[in-house]
Design a protein around this ligand. Sequence first.
Ligand SMILES: Cc1cc2nc3c(=O)[nH]c(=O)nc-3n(C[C@H](O)[C@H](O)[C@H](O)COP(=O)(O)OP(=O)(O)OC[C@H]3O[C@@H](n4cnc5c(N)ncnc54)[C@H](O)[C@@H]3O)c2cc1C
Length: 567
Amino acid sequence: MHAYDTIVIGAGHNGLVCACYLAKAGRRVLVLERRSVVGGACVTEEIFPGFKVSTAAYVTSLFRPEIVHDLRLRDYGLELLERDPSSFTPFLDGRYLMLGKDRASNVREIAKFSARDAQRYPEYEAMLERVAAIVEPTLDETPPNVLSPRFGDLASLWKLRRAIRRADRRRVIPSEPARERGRRRGTDCSTARTGEVLEILTGAARPILDRWFESEQLKGTLATDAIIGAFAAPSMPGTAYVLFHHVMGETNGARGVWSYVRGGMGRLTQALASAARDLHVEIRTDTEVRRILTCGNRATGVALANGDEHTAAQIASSADCHVTFERLVDPAALPEDFREAVSRIDYSSASLKINIALDRLPMFICHPEPFDYGAVRRAQDRLDVEGSTSRPEHRGTIHFCEDQDFIERAYDDAKYGAPSREPVVELTIPSAVDETLAPSGKHVASMFVQYAPHRLKDDTWTHALKDDVADRCFAVVERYAPGFTASVIERQILAPPDLEATFNLTGGNIFQGAMSLNQLFFARPLPGYANYRTPIRGLYLCGSAAHPGGGVMGAAGRNAAREMLRR
Ligand SMILES: Cc1cc2nc3c(=O)[nH]c(=O)nc-3n(C[C@H](O)[C@H](O)[C@H](O)COP(=O)(O)OP(=O)(O)OC[C@H]3O[C@@H](n4cnc5c(N)ncnc54)[C@H](O)[C@@H]3O)c2cc1C
């Protein structure tokens, strides 16, 4: 008789979600985490005294609302702070683009650059929302096995086909352009529309944006979402899905709205950990799993770095495939073709994170006039010691991108194995809406930076290089907000090898494996293994290496628990 029914490796958000659902079903669960804090890449840490920083993930929208409800996470302190405006892009000519929830205001903002784009933007958003309506339900389902389908697999493929057809009938793509193209190509308009859905799921972001819009200011802003966490330029296939991935989700019922978590992202995983403990899950931190024990082709337990061993009927690993199958499992326990397929998983990555303590908020040359954001949002304003209010431009994601070519050029450097000379920087300042993060009058900010390849051609990630890349990022911001660099009190630079070492993310890949089409849905992590099972009986995957992939979603943990209970 085992002391535990299930051992979960890793207390990232997915491991904790998985543990909670198993415990809710009456299983005795032990969660083992190598770090001294729970949360994985969804964590808050006081890395500078008095400043609480979301060390890795910094915004949320994808986290499944059903999990918040099922585990009563609001009762455990989870509070989502909507970001509105959601995005602000200053330009060197003194103009700016500010987008948010208010559709009429978005249209006015875009009209500053192109009347045609302003007219088309609501259509574009509606199209993405309808595609999201097809794709989003698949996040909560186990993908079908297309290699050796059983009845259930065929049924779920049929369901997906029906959803696409339904969306097609509801005109996923606006009828006029689709009809026009259809006529030109000699296809009916339904074929043209379905083709465009497929293009979003498989194609490049840039040609899609180029077709929809003419203003480079708008396209540049939208294109930055297409490269988050991807080692790819917007002109490369697969980036349309990354862009689309970032418009799914919701905050407090509002679709596509990204939020901060009050207290930092770690409050979400702290809430999960509290819910887990109340469900009698045992969580041990500072406890590294060194080996997954097997007997024949069955998992029997884990061996820890301190030499202890624990047995259980089921093991769920929330670490990525390289860690799970190439470091923790004895290779002899795995079929050779599986091992080979695991060795081919793409972890290429070029994301770098800079966490910053700020003495004051940045002031932008374009200096937007305050918007009338209504009483609710005005209540979020707070005064810093000098008496300056955090303003709309500080609340969302601040983009620094004049046009799409800027991103392409930044990628060019990385393609040849060097960090971008002019990196693509996304700046967020969560303390602009959350006073719990920094001492009064001070702020925390984070820069998410592309492209910083893990593997460099002529260099290694020394401290000097990291400082140099951080200085390049600050120089980008400085152009639009002079004085920014002087306002920095402290900075922490996490290059891909640091992300790898800190969070055990192979190659520093923020998604536990690239989110390219060949590694998504029924092919995540590998074709034939998208059902959270592995060739070793009793060993499951429950982290973002599995469907539906990276991002703070909780779907992989919940889906895995469902499969483990179905056993
Ligand atoms: C820099 C960065 C920025 C990001 N920004 C965002 C964002 O803003 N929004 C968003 O939605 N997503 C973002 N992501 C992606 C998102 O954070 C991750 O996809 C998600 O947190 C992964 O959760 P997980 O539970 O699947 O895995 P992880 O969070 O990776 O958790 C796995 C856990 O397993 C532990 N572990 C590994 N090996 C062992 C072992 N041998 N023994 C014991 N424990 C082990 C690890 O320490 C870790 O705690 C970002 C990621 C990074 C790195």
